[in-house]
Design a protein around this ligand. Structure first.
Ligand SMILES: Cc1ncc(COP(=O)(O)O)c(C=O)c1O
Length: 421
C-alpha cells in the first residue's frame, strides 16, 4: 500500500543528498570494522577535561534541590528556561557590552532546528504571494542548511573570491563586487567559522554584510556553531558582532554536548518570540538537560574560560598538526591547496585540475576505508555546472586522533597521485 505525501512531506520525508551520504557513512562505519578512518562526520572530539566537567555537573544535578527533577521531569516554557535565558543575556551583555536582555534569547532543539525555523520564518512563500530567498554571500556553506525548505527552493548563493595566502594555502572571501541583495531576499546567512572550510569572515566582511542587510531592512544571520565566545573554536582575532537586525545562533554541540540538542538564538525580540511560538507548535518545549548542565557555567562565566583555555587550544593544535601533515604527505607531487584553517573542525582540501570529480574520489577513498565528504554538496544555491572548483574539493575532519588523520591523508595522497599518473 502506498500513501500520498503532501508537498512538505515530499520535500522533507522522501530523502535528500545529505541523508544518502550520512546513511552511506553510517553503514560504512557499521560494517567496515576497526580499520575505517572516519574523517567524514561533524562529530566533535571527546575532550577528557570537558567530559569531566559534564560528569561533575551531572553529579551536582543529582545533589541540587530540584536539579535533576527540573532537568528531566518538567516541561520548560517553549522559548527556554527563563533563568537560562537571563544568564545567556547577561553573559553576552557583560562580555561585549551589547544591549540585550532575556527577550533577545530563545532556545531551540539544537542549532539545526533554529535554522529550520529561521529560514522558513524569513523566506519561502510570503502572505502576499511573493517568494523570498535566503542569501548565502558565499559558498561553500554548511550542507545542513541545504534541504531545510518547507516550501520552494530557499537559497541564492554567490561564489567566493579565492586568494592565495601562502604555499598551498588559500582563503575564500565575499565577492562584494558581484554580490547583489535583490528585493526578494528575506535574510542573509553565513556560518562563522564556516563549515566546511574553516574560513572566518573578516570583521570588515561582517560589517559590510551587516550594512547591506540593514539597508534592505532584513536580518543578517551569523551561525556561531563553532564561534566565539563558546565553543570558541576560532583561531583568528575575529570580533563577535551584534546589531539590532542581527540574529546570532549558538549551540552546545561543539563544546561537547551534541546529544543534549541545545541551540541558542540571540536576536530581535520579534524573531525570538516567533521562534518560541514555532517551538511550541513543533515540539511543545525543548530539551532542558543541556541548559541545566551548563547553567552555572554560564552564570559564573566559566564557560568562557573553558572555551578559551581547553576547547580552543585543543582544536588549534589538531588543526596545526593536520595542516603540517598535509604539507608533509602531499608534498609537491600534485596540485593541492588547503583553505587557511581559521576555525571549526575541518580541513578543506582543493585539488585544482583534479582529473576525476570529488564524488568519484570519495568513492575510491571509501573503497580504501577512508571516509570524507565530497565538496560538491556544499555548493548549493548556485547553479553553474561549468564551475569546476565545486568538484575539486574535499572536507575532512581533524577531530579524530592524529594517527587516523595522518593515515587518511596518506591514502588521499595515493589516490590523488594515481589520478595524475
Ligand atoms: C555550521 C553549523 N551550523 C549548525 C550546526 C547544527 O548543530 P547542532 O544542531 O548540533 O546545534 C552545525 C552542526 O554540525 C554546523 O556545523
Amino acid at each position: 500500500m502506498s500513501f500520498e505525501f503532501s508537498q512538505l512531506g515530499t520535500r522533507l520525508g522522501t530523502g535528500s543528498g545529505i541523508e544518502e551520504l550520512m546513511d552511506d557513512l553510517g553503514h560504512a562505519l557499521a560494517s567496515g570494522g576497526p580499520d575505517i578512518r572516519m574523517l567524514g562526520g561533524g562529530q566533535p572530539a571527546r575532550i577528557p577535561e570537558m567530559n569531566s566537567v559534564w560528569r561533575r555537573r551531572l553529579e551536582e544535578l543529582l545533589e541540587e534541590p530540584a536539579g535533576l527533577d527540573r532537568a528531566l521531569t518538567s516541561y520548560d516554557a517553549p522559548r527556554g528556561n527563563p533563568r537560562f535565558l537571563e544568564a545567556i543575556a547577561k553573559l553576552f551583555k557583560d562580555s561585549f557590552g551589547w544591549n540585550i536582555g532575556p527577550e533577545n534569547v530563545a532556545i531551540t532543539s539544537g542549532g539545526q532546528t533554529a535554522f529550520f525555523f529561521l529560514f522558513n520564518l524569513l523566506a519561502g512563500e510570503m502572505p502576499d504571494g511573493r517568494r523570498k530567498k535566503i542569501l548565502l554571500p558565499l559558498v561553500p556553506e554548511y550542507i545542513g542548511y541545504a534541504n531545510q525548505s518547507a516550501s520552494t527552493e530557499l537559497f541564492r548563493a554567490f561564489p567566493p573570491v579565492i586568494t592565495e595566502t601562502g604555499p598551498h594555502e588559500f582563503k575564500y572571501g565575499v565577492d562584494f563586487e558581484k554580490l547583489e541583495v535583490a528585493d526578494d531576499v528575506g535574510a542573509i546567512c553565513v556560518s562563522r567559522p564556516t563549515n566546511p572550510t574553516g574560513n572566518v569572515l573578516t570583521d570588515a566582511e561582517v560589517a559590510h554584510l551587516s550594512d547591506l542587510a540593514k539597508a534592505h531592512n532584513i536580518p543578517l544571520i551569523l551561525d556561531n556553531a563553532y564561534g566565539a565566545p563558546f565553543p570558541g573554536i576560532i583561531f583568528t582575532e575575529a570580533k563577535p558582532f551584534w546589531d539590532e537586525h542581527v540574529v546570532l545562533t549558538y549551540s552546545l554541540s561543539k563544546i561537547g554536548l551534541p546529544a543534549t540538542r541545545t541551540g541558542i538564538v540571540i536576536g530581535p525580540p520579534q524573531i525570538i518570540r516567533a521562534l518560541g511560538s514555532m517551538s511550541a507548535i513543533v515540539g511543545l518545549a525543548n530539551p532542558n538537560i543541556g541548559q541545566q548542565i551548563v547553567l552555572p557555567l554560564v552564570e559564573s562565566g566559566e564557560i568562557l574560560r573553558l572555551s578559551k583555555e581547553v576547547v580552543r587550544p585543543f582544536y588549534e593544535e589538531k588543526s596545526r598538526l593536520a595542516v603540517a601533515a598535509a604539507h608533509e604527505i602531499f608534498g609537491e607531487d600534485f596540485p593541492w591547496r588547503v583553505h587557511r584553517s581559521e576555525g571549526a573542525l575541518f580541513l578543506w582540501l582543493w585539488f585544482p585540475g583534479l582529473p576525476i570529480s570529488s564524488k568519484e574520489l570519495y568513492e575510491r577513498l571509501k573503497q580504501r576505508g577512508v571516509l570524507v565528504i565530497p565538496g560538491h554538496y556544499f555548493f548549493f544555491g548556485h547553479d553553474d555546472p561549468n564551475w569546476r572548483h565545486q568538484h575539486e574539493c574535499l572536507r575532512i575532519s581533524f577531530a579524530m586522533d592524529e594517527p587516523i588523520v595522518r593515515d587518511g591523508l596518506r591514502v588521499i595522497a595515493e589516490e590523488v597521485r594515481a589520478c595524475w599518473e
